[in-house]
Ligand binder design. Sequence first.
Ligand SMILES: Nc1ncnc2c1ncn2[C@@H]1O[C@H](COP(=O)(O)OP(=O)(O)OP(=O)(O)O)[C@@H](O)[C@H]1O
Length: 258
Amino acid sequence: MTQPVLYARGLNKRYGKVTALDNCDFDLMPGEILAVIGDNGAGKTSLIKVLSGAIQPDSGEMFLEDRQVSFPSPIAARQAGVETVYQTLAMSPALSIADNMFMGRELRKPGFMGSVLRQLDRPAMERIAREKLSDLGLMTIQNINQAVETLSGGQRQGVAVARAAAFGSKVIILDEPTAALGVKESRRVLELIQDVRARGIPIILISHNMPHVFEVADRIHVHRLGRRLCVIDPKDYTMSDAVAFMTGAKAAPLQVDA
Ligand SMILES: Nc1ncnc2c1ncn2[C@@H]1O[C@H](COP(=O)(O)OP(=O)(O)OP(=O)(O)O)[C@@H](O)[C@H]1O
């Protein structure tokens, strides 16, 4: 049987009296786009924050490629291969595309000094950034030295996703990637997400946009009251079914493993 790439069992997280995660399980299978949906306050953000090392669970276990892991920080998660693209994108607008793609992973020229003092290897960073963008069909962006602030919202999202996909990631988490975009730009980003899946990188997609979720997701994790209520195949259910499960208006299908 195929093993999940990333999975968690019994995650709990409380903020004072509020229970954000309540014995929550999670499974991401190889090469899939798994959407996580749920009503406001259901605990989706808390779940991805735990998976990406932004917060620590009070209890529960997490496994990456079958090895138990705990991520004390987002950097630790990233080093282990779990990349997160937040809605805010965490980019430096005044810096170039190439600089943003290599932020925290700068290449330096060989030399005797400590690595931070060595000169940046700009030609190598620019060449690799160009290759990575072009790999994902993003070469409508003409100039790799263009400041990120000059890009459209969709192009910025593209650079952020390409950056996440470029450096040996095992899992990419996308937090509302189309929320701030127009119709055309959303379309391009949805195509990009599918391109990333085609490269074998599984994606966790958090989105309130049901048409987008139903268009690209292979499976949908329905989250309610801090836990996984069920996992559905979008081919077997309608968007109204999913919303009804999410809100509790309709009983979710009974599942042994969800
Ligand atoms: N830092 C915090 N301090 C206190 N309570 C919090 C904190 N973060 C989240 N919560 C609470 O935990 C619960 C789950 O929140 P979370 O943001 O994970 O849900 P969500 O499904 O992502 O919601 P939304 O769709 O509105 O973003 C909510 O009741 C929220 O108010």
